[in-house]
Design a protein around this ligand. Sequence first.
Ligand code: NAG
Ligand code: NAG
Length: 115
Amino acid sequence: MAVEASVATFGGVLLCTGPNATGVCIHSVYPMMSCVDLEPPLRHNTATFAPDGEAFVCYPYSAGCDGICTSPEGCTKGPISFYSPDKFDLSISGWNSFIESFECRSNESSLPRVS
Ligand SMILES: *[C@@H]1O[C@H](CO)[C@@H](O)[C@H](O)[C@H]1NC(C)=O
Ligand SMILES: *[C@@H]1O[C@H](CO)[C@@H](O)[C@H](O)[C@H]1NC(C)=O
């Protein structure tokens, strides 16, 4: 229902250099399952990471999209959703300065992969 009605805008994320939607902000709609490299000034500098209220989550990565990740945890903080308490201040965890790229997945495809 809500998903079908909002296909054209599904996947919006607000990114800002400062906490609580301050500083330089960009709001865009991003495709699911597709890595996005952050550009300056947001690269390693995103305190607000606020997905819109649809059924999707986003995984911030501490490497670029084509970077090699050697951490067993996958170099991601994720997942962050509309309901995540830290979406307006990633600096609480230090991830405002770690983040270099991110990927969003609709809730249907966000279940952890069995490996
Ligand atoms: C962001 O806003 C919340 C709620 O108003 C406030 O408690 C918090 O201190 C603010 N954070 C910063 C870093 O300004
Ligand atoms: C999507 O999944 C996330 C993570 O499980 C959850 O926190 C969020 O509430 C879900 N969103 C919706 C709209 O169902």
